[in-house]
Design a binder for this molecule. Sequence first.
Ligand code: NAI
Length: 737
Amino acid sequence: MSLSFEGRVVLVTGAGGGLGREYALAFAARGASVVVNDLGADTKGGGKSSAAADKVVEEIRAKGGKAVANYDSVEDGEKLIQTALDTFGRIDIVVNNAGILRDRSFARTSDLDWDLIQRIHLRGSFLVTRAAWNHMKNQKFGRIIMTASAAGIYGNFGQANYSAAKLGMLGLANTLAIEGRKYNIYCNTIAPVAGSRLTETVMPPDLVASLKPEYVAPLVLWLCHEQCQENGGLFEAGAGWIGKLRWERSQGRTVRQKNNPMTPEAVRDQWDRICDFTNATKPANVQESLQSVVSVLSQVESESDAGAIPTAAAASVAPGAGINPTEAVGQKLPSTSFNFTQTQCILYALGVGMSTKDPDHLKFLYEGHPDFSCLPTFGVIPSQSSMMGGGLSSVPGLNIDFTQVLHGEQYLELYKPLPTSGTLTSESAIADVLDKGSGAVILLDVNTYSGGELVCYNQFSVFVVGAGGFGGRRSSEKAKAPLPPPKRAPDAVVIDSTTRDQAALYRLSGDWNPLHIDPSFAALGGFKSPILHGLCSFGFAGRHVLKQFANNDPSRFKAIKVRFAKPVIPGQSLQTEMWKEGNRIHMQCKVKETGAVVLAGAYVDLHETAEASPQSPLQGGDLQSELVFAEIGRRIEDLGSELVKKVNAVFGWEITKDGKKAAHWTIDLKNGSGSLHKGPYSGKVDVTFTVSDQDFMDVVMGKLMPQKAFFAGKLKVKGNVMLSQKLEVILKDYAKL
Ligand code: NAI
């Protein structure tokens, strides 16, 4: 049945033109008696004329409708309502539509620009509506429309005054909707788009012509009909399209802990989480809004002092859900055992793209080869079973959704070349759990042994999407950090193609996740097709370095670190870019076809070659300090991880002889398990010392106090001077040299 307004009295403000005129005509056409209000002002609110309203009234009457003109300003709200009462005896519907513009950039907005806009739009709507309110209340029927604007909802340059007034009207409507509900007075807000004299200065003429006001009017009519139960809604409408808007609120984050002061730092540290709209809620009223806020009070109170901080929304999550780092860190996983033969080594080599096409690959592919070896990156395989076996899910304090787990980073260090068969046992423990806001990072350390002897160490860095925000630390000294490559062209680039079946082959090495083979499973994860294992690309990149810089000699391979940045689709080509910095080969791996970086911040550390020894400063030279550095190098090999923990800095050394630079050394006790290299450093050096070979020896031998050397100008320090104190840790024992 068509919607009739027979018997209804409607006031449309500003109905002399544009949208208002269209509403007035449409209401009248459906039987309403219409008060056509219009001051007849210009678009800026100047002037006054009865012509605009009269013309519309004539149009309505000409079609047999009922209408009366009113020429008062909306600021005289009572008079407008009085016209309705005097002429038609009641008032049922008020459409607050009258409006003007006084656009100015904010700095140039005058008092008048501000006041006039607030007066006509916001105050005018208030006065007109208030005048009608009691009549509506008494008759237990009323429909009110507020006209807001996209400028108010989203902001718009040059419309500060207008935006403020328009969103003010939304606030007014929100409360009227609540107060009017029990009297059957419903109030809704529209943000229309239509061609009119207000928009003709900002829109091209053909758009003004085609965005007809008649494409907005039906929404207004429906919202004002007695059948319509919508109340307190906000609608955008134009060109025949109508959409509803509402507020959305992130899950948010409680940044306060029991018995602790709340700090701006805590706010900063949780910022990502506070602003993350994943699983956002849509509070529809003040009660819903307050409820979650108030629930935080009791949640914080009931927290154990060391407990994880719950999110505001955590009230609905199963009790005990979430991460408790204090409980989880240090937890050991059940040890695992890995039996393998040469078959697994060969299968792995094929899985990471080795081919008999390359004669020098044969030693990894053929067990009869005199140098048959296992690829060093195979070291991740025995250790991954502790991850795959669902071990993580049994760890107390890690109550997380294991379908949301991503492999973030990998570090592998070998203490001896891997055997080609045997039994390896792995011991795993949670090294740390970090809170990255949007997710949690679990650092899992795995030591792998062969017959009681440590063969390799892995650190899995596992990202759990959505599990962050438990109030943990963002970083950890236990994390093996990725390192950016030097800012120069790479020293070597290798391009290698993966095959369509690369993942199908690689998974036979033990990672059976269907994400890498099953298209429907991949689709569930949001991927167009199954993706390659991150550790497969890792294997590609590792062997590229091994070939390029270590002549495919696995005994030279010390460690590898990568961060998995993006997925690779089987069949794409991998481009490994490498930079040699001493014994560290920085690398970055891209998909050649797209240029996307897939392995970032990566590096391989190699052991020194025997051939390099004649030039190697570690073996001595004509500087006395070379011996000390050689010893430092050995110490780092033995105690690197411990020193990194204690010192956490990169030291540069410039050794001079006869007033000239004679050698440059970098002692890196910040990254990985520490390293020493001759030559300047690609990354950031925290402090650089310049000292002569002789003075260096005097300091080391304890003959010269470092402070004295500094004040005497014998030891120059650049960078973070405070770190010099930590030098003691490295140098004190060498005084006995
Ligand atoms: P319009 O300028 O054609 O219509 C506004 C009418 O209000 C005019 O006839 C004017 O004489 C009248 N008026 C101005 N001050 C008055 C006062 N103090 N008392 C009584 N009448 C007064 O403009 P349009 O486009 O039809 O705008 C209608 C409403 O829609 C306005 O509130 C405007 O801010 C709003 N709007 C329009 C948009 C559009 O795309 N046209 C976009 C967003 C909001």
